[in-house]
Design a protein around this ligand. Structure first.
Ligand SMILES: [Zn+2]
Length: 470
């Protein structure tokens, strides 16, 4: 009987998984004036419209701007423009920034969306602050997000020169965190990051975030000693004026704009022009891979994720590995999928979903022990995934650990009472234990939840009912 269970489980795994970020020290003489009137040309306040996310499946509802909020926002921009001349000039050089006022979301006061060139300001904490009243905190957050928009191609933050400047600092800080262990407080971690010359604890998450937080420091905290080499580099590459727009980026922004408007063919033609002029633009490949993926051009997407991994910095490789792994899985190439998920984990993406997906790939490769360990890791990170318990239950059975299998099926059903395969599998164990009444209950429950399982469940239900009568 246990063999049957395993075969059935394999089929369910497939169906379960299928559904399944010097010069300008002199007086700034950029072409961008800091007057509010001029800024409003470059920052379009939006009350409606959809935010088009690419890297995250994230949507947020927007709410109307109040006039006082617009004023406070524009005043903050003028502070940034004064303290970091050249930054806003770069952010608006190719397209205006769409500014949305969103519902507050805890821990996310503002964020930038690269494809639609949007800035979403989502925290009410930003707005009791009035114009003409400085707030290092709020100005820093906006400067951080505007850096992402000024650097939406990540050319600087993915460059070997920038990575060479910040990576040793990040690596040293991370090593010290590791040495300190998980009990090391946030305050201590922040102190370590600063001792290593990083602008914040958050900067340890990657070269791009470090860049954005250095700019935030330059804007808001003149007392903080940004390392001289770093500051000189940021000022030369990102804050120098006047800024000279270039052809490759013109096409890059045109491609993103067309993609946002769902004009896919025209967007792809623009991407061709981008890569002719800038064949190493990692972010370009990453976004085009998304385009291909949406068009179900899986092989082209896989190829573009490969170029993304080749050209983006080590801090930005986890996601393309994970995304490519998913495509390999869809193609039934489980060996490649498992290898890509392993790389994603190695690059720091230790999420429940990555472990779960690698478990699937390993399962299909008959690496049952590997799959088992991944499911256990996935459950440790997210105890709310019913499927993970369900599949691990099957692997317990394979190890002839019936009681542990039972307790995983119990957990699967507790998390999701509508998990029909878990009811069915638990029914099989009851049957095996000759507890036919309980088996009948679970088989019937499975059928009520999912009548399409009739063909699989019915023969067992009949057998159990017969045995129950006896
Ligand atoms: Zn950021």
């Amino acid at each position: 009987m246990k063999k049957i269970v395993i075969i059935i489980l394999a089929a369910f795994f497939i169906s379960v998984c299928g559904s399944g970020e010097t010069e300008s020290k002199s007086t700034p003489k950029g072409r961008l004036k800091t007057a509010h009137d001029d800024l409003t040309k470059h920052f379009v306040f939006r009350d409606k419209g959809k935010i088009f996310p690419v890297f995250q499946k994230m949507r947020q509802s927007v709410k109307p701007w109040k006039e006082s909020e617009k004023k406070a926002f524009l005043w903050r921009l003028s502070v940034i423009e004064k303290e970091a001349p050249g930054l806003i000039e770069r952010a608006v050089a190719y397209r205006p920034v769409q500014v949305y006022r969103a519902q507050s979301k805890k821990g996310l006061p503002a964020f930038a969306v690269i494809t639609s060139h949007s800035l979403i300001v989502s925290d009410d904490l930003l707005f009791p602050l009035k114009a003409k009243k400085s707030s290092g905190w709020a100005d820093g957050i906006l400067a951080h997000e505007i850096t992402h928009l000024a650097e939406s191609n990540n050319r600087l933050s993915d460059s070997p020169a920038w990575v060479g400047l910040v990576a040793p600092r990040i690596e040293r800080a991370l090593k010290r965190f590791e040495k300190g262990g998980p009990s090391l407080s946030k305050e201590k971690r922040t102190a370590i990051a600063k001792e290593e010359g990083l602008p914040s604890l958050y900067a340890t998450t990657g070269a791009g975030e470090a860049l954005a937080d250095y700019v935030a420091r330059i804007v808001t905290d003149k007392g903080y000693p940004v390392p001289k080499k770093v500051e000189a580099y940021v000022r030369k590459e990102l804050l120098s004026t006047p800024f000279q727009p270039n052809e490759a980026d013109r096409h890059f922004h045109a491609a993103l704009d067309l993609y946002t408007k769902k004009k896919t063919d025209a967007a792809l033609r623009e991407f061709e022009k981008v890569f002719k002029l800038a064949p190493n633009l990692g972010v370009g490949y990453q976004i085009r891979a998304e385009v291909w993926k949406n068009m179900k051009e899986v092989d082209k997407a896989i190829s573009d994720y490969g170029k993304t991994i080749e050209h983006r910095s080590r801090y930005n490789r986890a996601d393309p590995y994970k995304d490519r792994g998913q495509l390999w899985k869809e193609k039934g190439r489980f060996k490649e999928a498992a290898a890509d998920y392993s790389k994603a984990i190695e690059h720091g993406l230790k999420t429940a979903s990555v472990y779960f997906n690698r478990a699937h790939a390993r399962f299909m490769l008959k690496n049952f022990d590997g799959a088992f360990d991944d499911l256990s890791e996935s459950i440790k990170i997210n105890p709310g995934n019913s499927h993970a318990y369900f599949i691990r239950g099957g692997l317990w059975l394979r190890r002839k650990e019936v009681d542990r299998a039972m307790s995983d099926y119990d957990a699967a059903i507790k998390v999701d009472p509508k998990n029909a395969p878990a009811h069915f599998s638990r029914g099989l164990i009851w049957f095996d234990k000759e507890e036919f009444g309980k088996a009948v209950d679970d088989f019937e429950r499975a059928l009520v939840i999912n009548p399409r399982m009739k063909k699989t469940v019915d023969p067992w239900l009949q057998k159990a009912e017969e045995k129950k009568k006896r």
